[in-house]
Design a protein around this ligand. Structure first.
Ligand code: NAD
Length: 275
């Protein structure tokens, strides 16, 4: 399978489908990322706070897959905001990953209560300048946070990684991102199992019609909307299922019925409340 790539505003490109490792046990990460590499995944989304960067690093190191084929994202955690703390956090993440660069480095949450994300962003600009992060972006940034970066700093984030799934599509943030050339990464693309998304008729119907599983229909909806996704599973069969989404297409009507599931159904924390 060749995974389509999304062009980023800095000239780089990112595989539109990857594998996320949130809540994967550090002791299991090397094995599961190795499974994912065997299935064909080349894009991995981790974070310092997940505690499993080392496992990702070990799996890619022993895989024999060339570095240029891989796409690795990690993130600076909330207690490392600030210029020097972000530099130190980045060095430590690279070391744990065993890499000399990451493809994408993100500010994990804006943490407006600390009011340091502008300074942290300047640190990421310098890290990108050094070549040790090919692209830089943000996560959980809403319109006011993005607007401040645009007003006060030089580099437009390449991506915004936000909670996004049919019940929570974040229309304002997604539209703002589109207007400013910021690619949207959808975290929790399957709703994190927090509502019965995979049992809704709008999902089950097209699944039966196309001979695919409900999760594949949801991932297909994301891909056709232009979002970048990295569903998480510890089950190898599901890993393969989530990767096998390039041989069918949802019709306009099927897409619309899923888009109509929007109901401001945030499953995670509101970005302004995360400290
Ligand atoms: P997800 O929506 O990918 O849901 C994962 C759950 O869906 C799994 O635990 C599993 O139970 C189920 N599932 C997976 N594949 C399935 C299939 N084929 N059939 C049926 N059920 C299936 O949620 P997530 O893991 O939270 O999000 C994906 C990735 O997004 C994470 O691993 C992480 O990399 C990233 N993320 C980022 C943030 C952030 O703040 N930036 C927050 C959460 C997650």
């Amino acid at each position: 399978t060749s995974v389509p790539r999304i062009q980023l505003n800095d000239g780089s490109s990112i595989p539109q489908l990857g594998f996320g490792v949130f809540k994967i046990d550090p002791d299991e990460t090397e094995r599961l990322v190795t499974d994912a590499l065997e299935v064909g995944y080349r894009h991995f989304d981790t974070a310092r706070i997940y505690g499993n960067e080392q496992g990702v690093g070990r799996a890619v190191a022993s895989s024999g897959v060339s570095r240029e084929e891989l796409y690795i994202t990690t993130k600076v955690w909330n207690d490392d905001h600030g210029m020097q703390s972000a530099f130190d956090a980045f060095d430590a993440s690279l070391e744990r990953l065993g890499l000399d660069y990451v493809d994408l480095y993100l500010i994990h949450w804006p943490v407006p209560a600390q009011d340091r994300y502008v300074e942290t962003w300047r640190a990421l600009e310098a890290i990108r300048e050094s070549g040790r992060a090919r692209s830089i972006g943000v996560s959980n940034f809403l319109v006011p946070h993005l607007q401040r970066l645009l007003d006060e700093t030089a580099v437009v984030p390449a991506v915004d990684q936000i909670e996004l799934h049919p019940a929570h599509q974040q229309p304002a943030t997604a539209a703002f991102a589109a207007d400013h050339g910021i690619a949207v990464e959808a975290w929790g693309p399957l709703g994190q199992g927090k509502y019965p998304l995979l049992e809704l008729p709008e999902i089950v119907g097209p699944a039966a019609a196309h001979g695919k599983a409900p999760a594949q229909v949801v991932l297909r909806w994301h891909l056709q909307r232009g979002y970048i996704v990295f569903p998480k599973t510890t089950n190898r069969a599901r890993m393969a299922q989530n990767f096998d989404v390039f041989d069918f297409e949802l019709s306009d009507d099927e897409m619309q019925a899923i888009s109509d599931l929007e109901r401001e159904g945030r499953g995670g924390s509101h970005p302004d409340s995360v400290n």
